[in-house]
Design a protein around this ligand. Structure first.
Ligand code: ATP
Length: 513
């Protein structure tokens, strides 16, 4: 199946099975805003729990925080967001569609890369085992031609972005003959800067109202509280503060479902270290975070690092963890070495001393910061896209199954009486009433067993149990495994032990140690 079709199916699956709904749907929706349904909210909460516990439970020197969404507006001046949190936008005059100029150029770079990959794939097929990819890439005339064009474009683009040269960005779009995908024309406007922050007014009178922003990242709430936490928690450097919360960005081009939203959720951890040790910690967090992703078991080939060539002026190292989505490798998490930029800026703008006093060396300094920043919604999308599977069965039917990691699945166990009579529903309810204290169970007695299994497969429930007439005699049930579809007879009093160990977040966390 083409990857585009997989993505379309995934989007409709998310809606059909109560994972994600377009916001305000009965009013025709609101651009790039989504609601999470009954299964989506469970999956999302499990992702957050997995992250939170891996940070706060597994690290003695990391604590949590929940700062407000509204913050003093000067914070965003200090952080640079008021002046520089911009995207370059360009409009096509014919289609009246708006695009990010940088994204149009990056897509053009990706096209050259695609051409190269196609040449390589063609040659690999032709030469079979004898194919030497490295040699082919270094010598094939067509590959070299595409590579030279790609590199030249990349260099020109990086220069223009670094210098915020909007005219040059437009000129690149014209020179590369990039057309609008809707109108197919090159009738472009000038490139303009567009600030991504949403603002509103705080206060009741027009005169006394103050312009405030909806935070575009959760990190600043951590920076302005770092000394409160350090002092009240008697934290010693190195230490971290973790936070999960909503962030808002007025994205110009909101596409690809929940990949790019205007209201989304972030899980951020700022790790405060002694100046000079930051690159060591950066490396450590890079590895720790990739391990966290890989523990989900989707396969190591789904992940890669993308080190930033263009660093923000305050960063001295940055990398993204990219995940193979149906539309290619995409950023899911950013890991940044942010130096002491943010804390120094807040010191300057607030006029307050927020230095850390290091008792070991009897000296005060402004700590350096390593940040790990991941979007809950993007993580959700990556998990759903890797888990969505269509399987051909022996009887010729197709089953749709979400192969979610058991610890993240919304429902862990479905409890089903074989028939709706003879005391089987009562027995099934009795089992469920015992197990519901341990994990999320769902009772289902409607339709045939086969249909009920399919419904659970479609929401990723790792286990189903069926209560039949035999159960009333031997106190055993049939336990069915989602992935293998194998069934085994299990004593009711062993269910808790058997299942809890496999579906708990704790079991997943233990693989990280
Ligand atoms: P992008 O380049 O895709 O716009 P970014 O580099 O601006 O992302 P960061 O500011 O580093 O992203 O934010 C950290 C994380 O927050 C990202 O890795 C992503 O998972 C998430 N995120 C950022 N913007 C959005 C958005 N509009 N919708 C959903 N998640 C987002």
């Amino acid at each position: 199946m083409a990857q585009e079709d997989v993505f379309k199916k995934l989007v409709s699956h998310c809606k059909e099975y109560g994972f994600v709904f377009p916001s305000s749907e009965i009013y025709d929706g609101l651009g790039a805003v989504y609601d999470y349904g009954q299964n989506g909210v469970e999956l999302k909460n499990n992702i957050k729990q997995y992250w939170w516990q891996s940070m706060v439970l597994l690290h003695e020197n990391i604590v949590g925080l929940d700062s407000a969404i509204f913050m003093h507006p000067t914070i965003w001046k200090a952080s640079g967001h008021v002046d520089a949190f911009n995207d370059p936008l360009i409009d096509n005059r014919d289609s009246k569609k708006r695009y990010r100029a940088d994204v149009l150029i990056e897509e053009q770079i990706a096209k050259y890369e695609d051409k190269i990959n196609k040449e390589v794939a063609k040659a690999a097929k032709k030469y079979g085992d004898a194919f030497n990819e490295a040699e082919f890439r270094a010598t094939n005339a067509r590959v070299l031609e595409h590579q030279a064009k790609r590199d030249a474009l990349h260099e020109r683009y990086s220069k223009a972005m670094n210098a915020t040269d909007l005219n040059e960005l437009r000129q690149i779009i014209l020179d590369e003959e990039i057309v609008c995908p809707i109108s197919g024309t090159k009738n472009w406007t000038e490139v303009r800067q567009f600030n991504l922050m949403f603002s509103t007014e705080m206060g009741s009178t027009a005169d006394g109202a103050m312009k405030v922003y909806l935070r575009p990242e959760t990190a600043q709430g951590i920076f302005v509280n770092y000394l409160n936490v350090q002092k009240t928690g008697r934290m010693k450097i190195p230490f971290g503060i973790a936070q999960i919360g909503k962030a808002f960005r007025n994205e110009i081009v909101a596409r690809q479902f929940i990949f790019r939203m205007r209201e989304f959720e972030q899980m951020e951890m700022q790790f405060f270290v002694k100046p000079g040790t930051e690159l060591e910690w950066f490396q450590k967090w890079k590895e720790t975070r990739l391990k966290w992703h890989k523990a989900l078991g989707f396969g190591d080939d789904h992940y890669r690092y993308h080190d930033h060539e263009k660093l923000a002026h305050y960063a001295n190292a940055a990398t993204d963890i990219e995940f193979l989505m149906p539309f290619g490798f995409k950023e899911v998490e950013g890991i940044h070495s942010r130096t002491n930029f943010d804390l120094s800026q807040h010191e300057k703008f607030s006029g307050k001393n927020i230095k850390y006093f290091d008792t070991e060396i009897n000296e005060s300094y402004t700590p350096y910061v390593i940040e790990t920043s991941i979007g809950v919604d993007r993580m959700f999308l990556s998990i759903m896209s890797a888990a969505y599977t269509e399987e051909k069965l022996e009887n010729g039917e197709t089953r749709v199954v979400l192969k979610l990691p058991a610890a993240l699945a919304p429902v862990k166990l479905a409890v089903m009486p074989l028939v709706k009579k003879d005391g089987l529903p009562e027995k099934a309810r009795e089992i469920m009433n015992n197990l519901k204290f341990h994990f999320n169970c769902q009772y289902d007695e409607k339709d045939s067993i086969g249909k009920r299994y399919r419904r659970q497969d479609a929401i990723g429930t790792p286990y189903c149990i069926t209560v039949d007439h035999q159960t009333l005699e031997d106190n055993c049930v049939t336990l069915r495994n989602r992935d293998t579809m194998q069934q085994e007879r299990v004593a009711i009093d062993q269910l808790d032990n058997l299942i809890a160990g496999k579906v708990s977040i704790t079991s997943l966390l233990k693989t990280l140690q």
